[in-house]
Design a protein around this ligand. Structure first.
Ligand code: WTA
Length: 652
């Protein structure tokens, strides 16, 4: 495998000739970006339109106890202005958003910048009419429809802070987020069609709102026309209100460090945390990475297949592309509906130039055979991208050979909700790729590899350890909503002076980075981030469950699957019916993405004498790597290990 990895894939000469950044330019710009971040970012900041230009660029500290991150702090701007208004004079009639509905027979929409402007202004006025003010929180729980982008930009226009909750989350998960951020309104739709099926979003929101303050308003986008319950005085028909609202809403000047959005993400402990991104640095970083990493050129059609409920959708469906005046495609559906050719049908139909997706989608499509791809004319594709998890060489080769026909460079982008945009990624005209490697740092990004236990920086080029960042970049999260302590403890405590990513990595002799996966209790299921602690607390909330331990295990399509060890209450008998009941329970508590792939009944869990569950052992059993269990002599009862091995998924 190491041999295979050594093969370099440079972009074609033609691609390099037309690329924004070639190798010489990358080297020069990178060197400046780390030796003189103020100068570099001060210059790049001009990509945005400022109401009041900044006089300071960077004011950041990673010192534990006083972590503080500010970029362009005295600059004043408006994010919606940058994504919409400033384009109107030059590209008002250009398509901003192509909307491709779930149903392939339904007509796609081409929303120009002029149309987008009108919608965003009207939506912003609707929010104002509901009493939403600068700094107020607005939860968005919508399908992948243009209204999601209108809602985001409408918030930005008036200085409200949005927090999108993925439409696959359950009412409980939605309620927790509404309450944590103290949202004034939640924006939802009647229902969300996906893959020919519908999720009843409004009724989920109704259920969630039972657990929230009765002052929370519910703005409803009537998308499918499905019948819904309506609570007079609380529920607002967004489309009807938009029609009446004025198409002019002045932009609110915002400080660069005013929050733009909160996005909840899973960590290794406790409940999901509200990652806070601010206006100036985030938008700049989304914009510059979108242009350079995808080598986006004027007139290109860019498609990121993520959901706006995740950070990838925030940065690369909405903010990055629109800040750049791009045409961005928004797809409501799933890759497998109506058949395994849908992605490629959409690429052909809209002449997509850059396509960005997750390895898990590629693995599932790869299994359906090449004919689904070969049916379509994919000659418009210039570049392919992946995100969310390591890509295995088989999927990489398939993407490269079958989808890209060997002509399209693949950018494997490593980043996180916390980072706002890409940190490790090839710039396609500059850096030859290696299948499975996120290659080199983006401008201003200083990765370091630390020895996991001592925290010592490993200086050798070829090395392996935990991945940290030495200094700030403009897109970095600023805090955890309402809990700056937690922000510091999560990212800056373990390795002093660094931002700790939670990922392990290897650096090869060429200085290329290979992400080896999370080193904490976060797992990555189909590119969705999941805290094992969250699934555990959902399981133990069930009256028949005494204890639960959740770990990841290798899964052919999802990358990692969810493996749950469950100890039942005394007197409860394991059964298939109970297993199904627990699966359903977790779906209801968190959402379908958290459903365990395998539940193993565990009469006992391996614990230290002080009662701590030894997850290392549980991970090994779930990975079928029981040859090297390490020292189990400290266990209170070593015999439980034998019992668990004998009944693991591998012994079925
Ligand atoms: C993983 C998604 C390998 C990683 C943008 C990270 C990756 C977590 C890659 C963040 C990649 C993301 N190669 N692993 N190219 N991209 N990851 O917050 O473990 O949903 O820490 O952000 O996904 O997931 P999140």
């Amino acid at each position: 495998m190491a041999q295979d990895h050594a093969k370099l894939y440079p972009a074609s000469d033609d691609f390099i000739k037309n690329a924004h950044i070639d190798r010489a330019k990358y080297d020069e710009m990178y060197a400046q970006s780390v030796s003189d971040p103020e100068g570099f970012w001060g210059e790049q900041g001009k990509r945005l339109d400022w109401i009041t230009p900044y006089s300071t660029v960077k004011n950041t500290s990673f010192d534990f106890g006083k972590v503080d991150i500010k970029w362009f702090e005295d600059g004043v701007l408006n994010v919606a202005y940058n994504c919409v208004d400033r384009h109107l004079a030059t590209r008002g009639d250009q398509t901003a958003i192509i909307f491709e509905p779930d149903d392939p027979a339904a007509e796609a929409q081409h929303i120009t910048y002029n149309m987008l402007s009108e919608k965003v202004n009207r939506f912003a006025n609707v929010l104002l009419s509901q009493g939403v003010m600068r700094g107020d929180r607005v939860v968005i729980y919508l399908p992948m429809i243009p209204e999601a982008a209108y809602a985001m930009l409408a918030c930005a226009r008036i200085g409200a802070i949005h927090s999108i909750v993925f439409a696959g989350f359950s009412p409980d998960a939605l309620a927790n987020r509404i309450n944590d951020c103290g949202a004034k309104v939640v924006i939802t739709a009647d229902s969300a069609p996906r893959g020919g099926r519908k999720t009843a979003l409004k009724s989920n929101a109704d259920a969630a709102l039972l657990h929230c303050s009765d002052r929370v308003r519910c703005l409803v986008v009537k998308h499918t026309g499905d019948q819904i319950t309506w609570i007079e005085g609380r529920d607002v028909d967004v489309k009807a209100q938009m029609q009446q609202a004025s198409p002019d809403c002045p932009v609110r000047p915002m400080g660069a460090e005013d929050p733009l959005f909160i996005l909840y993400t899973s960590g290794s402990t406790g409940k999901p945390k509200g990652v806070v991104h601010t206006s100036g640095g985030y938008l700049l970083y989304a914009s510059i990475t979108h242009e350079y990493v995808f080598d986006y050129h004027e007139g290109d059609v860019f498609w990121c297949s993520a959901d706006v409920g995740w950070v990838t959708g925030h940065s690369y469906i909405v903010y990055g592309p629109l800040a750049n005046g791009a045409t961005t495609l928004m797809f409501e559906g799933v890759p497998s509906y109506p058949d395994a050719g849908r992605f490629w049908a959409v690429c052909e139909k809209h002449k997509v130039n850059q396509f960005y997706t997750a390895p898990t989608a590629l693995r599932s499509l790869m299994g359906q055979g090449n004919s689904w791809v070969e049916k379509y004319d994919l000659s418009s594709i210039k570049l392919l991208g992946t995100v969310g998890e390591p890509i295995n060489p088989e999927a990489w080769n398939w993407y490269n050979d079958i989808v890209g026909k060997g002509r399209a460079p693949i950018v494997d982008t490593w980043w996180q909700t916390e980072t706002g945009g890409h940190l490790l990624t090839p710039l396609p005209g500059a850096v030859p790729t290696k299948p499975g490697s996120a290659t080199l740092p983006f401008f201003g990004v200083q990765p370091v590899v630390l020895e996991p236990t001592t925290g010592e920086e490993l200086k050798a080029t070829a090395t392996e350890g935990v991945l940290c960042l030495k200094d700030s970049w403009p897109g970095q999260m600023r805090t955890v909503w309402g809990d700056h302590e937690r922000f510091q403890e999560t990212y800056f405590q373990q390795y002093k002076g660094y931002y700790f990513s939670g990922d392990g990595c290897r650096r090869d002799e060429d200085g290329y980075y290979w992400i080896t996966g999370r080193v904490d209790d976060v797992i990555n299921v189909s590119g969705h981030r999941m805290g094992t602690a969250e699934v555990e607390s959902a399981l133990v909330a069930h009256p028949k469950v005494a204890e639960a331990a959740v770990v990841g295990f290798p899964h052919e399509v999802k990358g990692q699957g969810i493996y749950a060890y469950v100890t039942l209450m005394n007197g409860q008998e394991p059964s298939d019916a109970l297993r199904a009941e627990l699966e359903k329970w977790v779906r209801a508590e968190i959402g379908p993405i958290a459903k365990p792939d395998f539940i193993q009944w565990a009469p006992g869990l391996p614990k230290t004498r002080s009662g701590k569950i030894m997850r290392r052992i549980l991970r090994k059993i779930a990975e079928n790597d029981t040859g090297a269990m390490g020292d189990i002599s400290t266990l209170a009862d070593p015999s439980v290990v034998e019992e668990l091995i004998a009944n693991s998924i591998w012994k079925l």
